[in-house]
Each structure stands twice: as structure tokens, then as C-alpha cells.
Ligand binder design. Sequence first.
Ligand code: GLC
Length: 564
Amino acid sequence: MTDNVKTSDWWRSATIYQIYPRSFADSNGDGLGDLPGITQRLPELESLFLDAIWLSPFFTSPQKDAGYDVADYCDVDPRFGTLGDFDDLLAESHRLGMRVLIDLVPNHTSDQHEWFTAAVAAGPGSEERTHYLFRDGKGATGELPPNNWLSVFGGSAWERLTAPDGTPEQWYLHIFDVSQPDLDWTSEWVREQFREILRFWLRRGVDGFRVDVAHGLAKKEGLPDFTPPADPSSVATVEYPYWAQPGVHEIYRDWHTVLQEFGPDRVLCAEAWVEPLSDLANWVRPDEMQQAFNFTFLEAKWSAPAIRTAIETSIEAFDAVGAVATWVLSNHDVLRHASRLGMNPPPPQGTGVGPRTEPKPDEALGLRRARAETLMMLALPGGAYLYQGEELGLPEDTEIPDSARQDPSFFRQHSPLHYGRDGCRVPIPWEADAPGYGFSPNGASWLPQPKSWARFARDQQPAPQEAHEYATNTHTLSLYRRALELRRINQFGLGTLTWLDGYGDDALAFTVEAIRTITVISNLGTKPLRLPAGKPLVFSERPWLDRPLDELPPNTTIWMTDAD
Ligand code: GLC
């Protein structure tokens, strides 16, 4: 591994690339990406100067929620390969200098996990039932759910069992799909299972875990009724009985000690949709996790004050607990930012965009803004996560027909404008002229790929041979390569940010002091912005050398440095 990945706190400035295995590369032509496919394509990521990859779930699963419904935490689903294939992937990734994080899904299992089938079979009152949240129903015959909680994917969060003789039985809680029963984390037995799952993968050599729904494991005692606020802006001020309950933290303190058994450089990253940021910072206290996705930054609207507040508050909140911020703009649950930023306003998270959405994202505007915000993000101190395909400039696929959709939230919402998350999960293009754009050997694809995606294929975005050629190269992939290279060389991730005022309300301007100090200016307004004289350009997301450097066009970011 390179020096950069040897240090124990490598994650403080790391760039981590999310691979969504089912949509990355399919080696056997079944239309679903797999582990050997990833291993074959890994060298093609080398030019992105990545410190690590994070793999979304590839474990044994009925795939009711794209693998976030795990039936065996310690094995690979045959659709994705074998444990041996995983070991090969890990070895190849380490050989290329990239650490590997895997996805741990502890809030719920699949309903086909043997713990759940055993609990169902053992019946009410059994020890096995204490591993999940089984409850008797309300009403004269238990015909009503135990409380009024709603599933994140739509409908009730409770499902009633039926005994083999046909009699209605107890209910179980599922905060997500009906196929994803919630575990009861007050159970010491459950806790012990997960310590062993962590050790199983750590022994194999993984470098850490992204922890799914890391704000959901502890439920408020008594499971009291709760109605979520209608106004999403008030979410931060409302206590949810199933989100961010204080009891989650002892679980992560416990896992922290498990990771320490394997050395100081293994990490946990929280997927916790928690606001305000000062609360989210509780997940990254010194004895808990190392990173937490910054969804406040991801969701900040396209406005200089909004983004500045998100950055400022993040740095302050994480710094207060000795942690660093972790920046992210896209993942497998949100609209790709190249489309999101072309909508005003974008639909709420999880809603998606599809054939009936009007107006559609402005693709050109969205991509310009996405490039500008990415370039801003890659200068920020802290860790950064990228989602496969964003380096190609991929937009959301907005044309998936209902008949091809797979996201369980699409099926549970029963609303013509709720499309769910499939649009950001479409298999990515590698070669413009190959079947399936090179995703699979025969063009098979679990979600249809848009006809227009050849232009985003990786082979259509060749890297410049000389650094100065970046100035005239407009490929999004070149932008990412060069920005990530400069981020690595100059260690911007370890830098110190100072805001610069005086550029007007539509600008975001700051310096980052690292090995080299750069000035970053983003123009989020609609008029060109005057640039400071005397500072040479380091890098911009537009070709520049052929024009004077006195104005920054709208929707553009520039990196400049003081004259030597
Ligand atoms: C997380 C995952 C999402 C999944 C959900 C339930 O939010 O990122 O894809 O559907 O958890 O596991």
C-alpha cells in the first residue's frame, strides 16, 4: 500500500468510492454485477487517487431491498460470487493501494434469515422471539398493530404473522420493508452475534464498515405512538422514538473496542440521517465511530449562504468532538447530484424522478452545478465519499418504466409520482460501443440502461497525457482525476479552511491551507463574478487558458493560488 494509506488515521482525509456491486460490472452475463466483475475493473479506478472503496451489500440475501435484507452476514450471495471471490477483490484492492469498507446492516435482517425463521417457528414467549420486536396486537383480538409507526418505505411498520393452522398471531416491527424485520438491540444475544460478524470480516482483512441505518438500532422503551411532522424542516427538533435514541451509542462504543482488537486503523462510518449536526457529531466521538455521512451538506440547496452554513456548521460540530467532517453528494439512495442540482426544488429524498415528473431536471445546468460543487467539496478538509458513476457525470435515469422498477419503496408508496431510488442505481457505462456499455458481456442489465448513455462511457473520457491539457479537456472524468490528484498531492483533506468575504452574496470563497494554500471560489449566482487579480489558476472545472482570468462564470468553481 502507499504511504498515504498506512497511517492509522488515514480516514481523516480519505477519498472513498462507493461501489454498488449489482450495477458496477457483471462478469457472467446474468445482468447483475458481481465481485469478479469488480475485481477485473478495479485497476480502472486507480487514476482517481482513491484511498478506499466501500462496497454496498453482497451478502446472501433474497434481494428484496437490493441486498439490504441480509439472510447470512458471513457469506456471499451466489449471485455476487463466493467468499473466495471476495478475498481476491480484497487482495487486488489492497495491491492497488485502496482499503476496503463493507456494508453492515444491523438494524434489521431479512425475513429469511435463520434467526427470524427460528423466531417465527418458536412462537410467542420464546427466547428466539426476543431477538426481534414481536408484540401482541391491540384491539379485542389483537387485530390492530401494536402502535401507529409507519414504514420508511410506506404503509404500516408492523406485519402480523399467521400461525400454521391459519390463526392470526403476533406482529413484528419492520421500519423498512415487510421483508426486513427489526432486530431488538436490547438483546445481549443479538449484540454478541454482531461482535462475531464484525470479527469474521475483520479477520478476513476488511478495513472497516459503513453502518446502515446507524441511527435506528435503539427504540424508545414502550414503543410509544408517534406521528412524524408533516413539515420536513421541523424534523431536527422532533424526537423520533426509533431514530437517534441515546441507547445506540453504547452499541458503537462496544464495536469500537472490537475494531481495536484488530489495530487502530479500522473504521466505522455511520449512515445516520440525524440533524442538527451537533447531534450527528455524537456518532463520531473518540470512542465511537470515525466517520458519519454529512447529509446536511448533501441536502443543502444551491445557494451560497446555505452551503456555507452547512460547511461551517459541519466543521464546527465535528471539530468539537475531535472528528473531521465527511463530505458526500451522491449515493444509492438519493437523486444523482448531476440531476438534483438541475431541479428547483428537487423532490424529497427517496421520491425519485420518473417519466411522469414535471418539470424534468435541467441536465446541462445540473451537470455544471454538480461539477462546481464537487470541485468545491474536494478542496474541503475532511473525508470525501464518491458514488460510482458521478465521475462520469452520470445523471439520474429518469425514464425507467414502472414495469422495470425494483425498489420496494416504489411498490409500498402507491403514489404515481413516487418512483423510489432505481434511477441512481442503473448499471454504469464503461465502453460506448460494447453491449450494455461494457457493464456485462452480453448487454444484460437488471435495470434498463438509457439509450443516451454512450456519451458518458469511461472510454469516451480519456485522460490528458500532460497536465496542461486539463485546461482544455472538458470531460467530467478528467475533472475528477485532476482534482483528486491535487487533493492527494496537497493533502487538502488535512488542511485548514478560512472563509474569504467580499465576493458578494452569491459566492462561496475560502482558502485551504495544506501543503500548498489554495483559494477556492464558487459562483452560485447568475452573473459572472470578478476574480482577484494576481492569483494564478491552479485548476478549474471549465477550460480557461484561452480566456483572461478576470471573471468566473455562474455555476463554476475555481482553485487559485498566490503567485510564487
Ligand atoms: C439504508 C440503505 C438503503 C436501504 C435502507 C434499509 O438507508 O442505504 O438503501 O434501503 O437502509 O436497509
